[in-house]
Ligand binder design. Structure first.
Ligand code: PMP
Length: 474
């Protein structure tokens, strides 16, 4: 493959002719499906200092058997009981947490893991020859292995800890893509993107004279593959795309998008903020060059997330921030950097929350992400049916492949008023532009009301949601 690092001029580029391109695209359509999950097998890596996470014993679906709900073979009420905040009352009403696309709640296993870390392991990592430094380093590096195993990365060395998706995308833009850009070069995005996957590219485009090309969606909110492919040309230097739209819930055909980008010798980043907790992800099977996600979207603490990069892109990227931890040797004349991932982790990182992220991934793996995906599919279909019974309610985003999100508008009602009314009933949803203004404006809207699901939600909660919106509609 010709890569942005090796390509020196457009004639190296091997641009296919129109017919070959159309044949290639035609070939993608019948395959339109979830990314392959072939070699996905969550591994629970033993922890260094004696802590053992509690595990469920999950196997296959069904999500519903008679009136009882299951995730794999774990009864649903047992799963819900793992999340202390779900028993919380707000203004005297039981909490119905349907704001999972903004952030998820934490299971007891994650909360306990943080307490254990601070009570038994806390120290800075990578330095110091004492027992607690060894414990915290083991816990931190074990968490990195858990991230690698969870997303199917070949090695923990391919995983960089960041504050979250936003910092990950800024890292990739500044450290890897900006040095590739000259005036007139192009970066391919889609109209579905979250602002975090728009603005970092806009900034480096402004700084270098590069331009952004934006792929459109069809009326269901799905990327049009043939239009996507047309955006690539000999000036394309990079592409970045969301795996799941936070505003509409569209699951994009990301394996196909990666194949199209690679067909043009272009590297591609996948924003996994909204896919990571809902569908299996295998970066190796996807062949993504970069993949980013936030811990707080997958039941882990805030302030921690991860960037996956293929070894060659991590090697090609410059350091993002500089200081301690990322250097091998420093003189006033020159500095030698550590290899990835340390090259990108200057200063003291968010050690405890990285360990918490490892515990969250163990928890999800103990239920089985495939089982979670099956349960949530059932829940999304159920919720969609219930909302369709509300007079004047219009669901925004009807892609054939969708997860978690039920964005809607209600005739004659301001979305903020809808959210306030729901909040008074104990139901937490988000109303607004969801940091994805381009896609909402494409549908002629400045905002939607957005309930968003996680595996701890129930059909009863969705009945209550629909009934409460009906009260507003009356
Ligand atoms: N991308 C998508 C698709 C998102 O949904 C979000 C969070 N709403 C982000 C990026 C940014 O994530 P964070 O705020 O955790 O950095």
């Amino acid at each position: 493959m010709i890569t942005p690092e090796t390509r020196s001029n457009p004639s190296d580029y091997g641009l296919p002719d129109e017919n070959e391109l159309l044949a290639r695209i035609a070939g993608y359509f019948p395959e339109f499906s979830e990314p392959p999950a072939t070699s996905y097998s969550p591994t629970v890596v033993p922890l260094g200092s004696g802590y053992r996470a509690p595990t469920h014993n999950a196997s296959t679906p069904p999500p519903k058997s008679g009136n009882a709900l299951y995730i794999g073979n774990v009864p649903h009420d047992k799963v819900r009981a793992d999340f202390p905040i779900l028993s919380e009352k707000v203004d005297g009403k039981p909490l119905v947490w349907l704001d999972n696309a903004a952030t998820t709640q934490r299971p007891r296993a994650v909360i306990d893991r943080l307490v254990y870390y601070y009570e038994h392991e806390n120290s800075n990592v990578h330095r110091g020859a004492h027992t607690l430094a060894a414990r915290s380093t083991d816990a931190y590096e074990d968490a990195r292995k858990k991230v690698a195993a969870f997303i199917g990365a070949p090695s923990a060395d391919n995983i960089v800890f960041t504050r979250g998706t936003t910092e990950g995308l800024n890292l990739i833009a500044q450290a890897y893509v900006k040095p590739l850009l000259s005036a007139g070069d192009e970066i391919v995005l889609t109209i579905l993107e979250h602002h975090a996957n728009i603005v970092p590219w806009q900034i480096i485009a402004e700084e270098t004279g590069a331009v952004l090309r934006v792929a459109p969606v069809d009326e269901s909110g799905q990327i049009i593959l043939s239009e996507y492919a047309k955006l690539f040309n000999h000036r394309t230097r990079f592409a970045s795309v969301t795996h799941v739209s936070n505003a509409l819930g569209t699951v994009t055909p990301v394996a196909e998008l990666v194949a199209i980008a690679h067909g043009f010798g272009v590297r591609i980043c996948v924003d996994g903020a909204q896919s990571i907790s809902h569908i299996p992800v295998n970066v190796t099977a996807l062949d993504a060059d970069w993949f980013v996600f936030s811990g707080h979207k997958i039941f882990a603490p805030t302030g921690i997330g991860a960037v996956y990069g293929k070894t060659e892109v991590l090697e090609a990227a410059k350091p993002y921030q500089a200081g301690g931890n990322m250097i091998a040797d420093v003189t006033f004349e020159r500095t030698e950097y550590q290899k990835a991932p340390n090259k990108f982790e200057a200063g003291t990182g968010n050690i405890a929350d990285a360990v918490g992220l490892g515990a969250a991934l163990d928890y999800v793996s103990s239920l089985g992400i495939e089982n979670i995906a099956a349960y949530e599919h059932f829940l999304l279909e159920y919720g969609t049916e219930q909302l369709r019974t509300v007079p004047g309610l219009r669901i925004i985003g009807n892609a054939a492949t969708k997860t978690s999100v039920l964005s809607f508008v209600l005739d004659g009602h301001d979305i903020q008023d809808v959210a306030k009314h729901l909040s008074a009933a104990g139901i937490a949803i988000r109303a607004g532009h969801h940091c994805a203004q381009p896609i909402l404006r494409h549908f002629g809207l400045e905002g939607t009301a957005r309930p968003s699901l996680a595996f701890y939600n129930t059909p009863d909660e969705l009945d209550f949601l629909a009934a409460t919106i009906k009260e507003i509609a009356r």
